[in-house]
Design a protein around this ligand. Sequence first.
Ligand code: EPU
Length: 419
Amino acid sequence: MQNIVISIQGRRPLTGDVTVAGAKNAALPDLAAVCLSGEAIEFSNVPQVEDIKVMFAALREIGALGEMRGDLIRVAIPEIRSDEVSQGIVRTTRASILLLGPMLARHGRAKVTLPGGCAIGERKIDFHLQGLQRMGAEIRSEREFLEARCRRLRGIEYSFPARTVTGTENLLMAAVLAEGTTVLHNCALEPEVEDLVVLLRDMGADIAGASDGTWIIRGRTALHGARHRVIPDRIEAGTYLMAGCLAGNEIHVQGVVPEHLGSLLDVLGAMGAAVSVFPQALHVRGGAALAAADLVTAPFPGFPTDLQAQATALLTQAEGVSRVRETIFNDRFHHVRELRRLGADIVVKGDTAVVRGRSPLRGATLRTTDLRASAALVLGALAAEGETVIENSYQLFRGYENLPEKLQKLGADITIRRE
Ligand code: EPU
């Protein structure tokens, strides 16, 4: 894999507008939903990031016709021509597992690679499989493959033992073409799941619910084409907002749904950050003295685990002791070791990182292991004196569209080198 190295000269004031792209974690299941119909789906506001390119390549492998042009994708799968989503294509993303439900629902067969994604701890899929098996699928696992087949899936009542984002998405996509009614309890309420439901309804699916986490899906025999605009990326928005708190004169983060970021805004408010909320934008003025704050990651509307690493970086610049508790993934503190190389005072005890601020940060050479950890290191580098070099930055491009360019436009001194 190509090594991308990012160099940042820190402490340059950031000013201006940054517009967020569409949400990667909405666009991935949205693209998987293309499998459910033979007709074309036209997407806009699709983020131009590596994970989406991987998903598009996976769709092509199974028979998709279509093209990506900027943030637009027009794609149809008139016929599913291959059961198999090959390992090479999907090793690094969750694309493969998201294809399991929709391929079974329309085609009755699927062979997918056991999913990859970030190195952030155990990422189980037992609830996906349990749900699909109850719907009538036979699933065999063989080293890194899962092979599944079924006649027409049938509706079930299923309560997720714990909230899972892609698990909810997978079973929703399976249920829309199943025979009879499916009732799913304890579903994930993330905006990305809502975005998928909007698309599925526009494709003709009958889905009712679910502000309390229960969706009722009456299966149809076929779905049709649709047009869909992907929601803005709340994680990207939150990342730029925190960059503004660390290094901003004044940053305007445009194209945001502020309600998707309530828990982050609460934490930033408690820290004393100068954030103003507008209908589709968030403005932040840097330079405010930040106070320590505690946070606990939790399913939506709780604090997103995908912003935990970036918030940890921010808290190194807040006065006092902050506690960051990670409850979603069991190994998501890889950024801590690297932030310490910059001079941060952080100790991990079990599921909690204790951050003592405010630490003066100094540039260093860092190595990153996962997407959001990479973003945290970029934030640390923006606040550090001197040059920080971040190796293995390929990860960043899996989920952040044009991050170096967007930061450069705000005034950051950032260069990238591909080796
Ligand atoms: N879990 C189970 N059994 C299951 C499914 C999940 O025990 O069948 C556990 C997992 O092991 C984990 C927790 O439940 O501890 C939550 O996992 P979830 O299934 O919700 O995560 P995911 O669907 O694999 C998505 C995002 C992640 C994001 C999480 C949590 C996509 C493509 N990925 O993953 O995004 O962190 O939800 O919000 O939607 C990222 O973008 O950087 C990223 C990692």
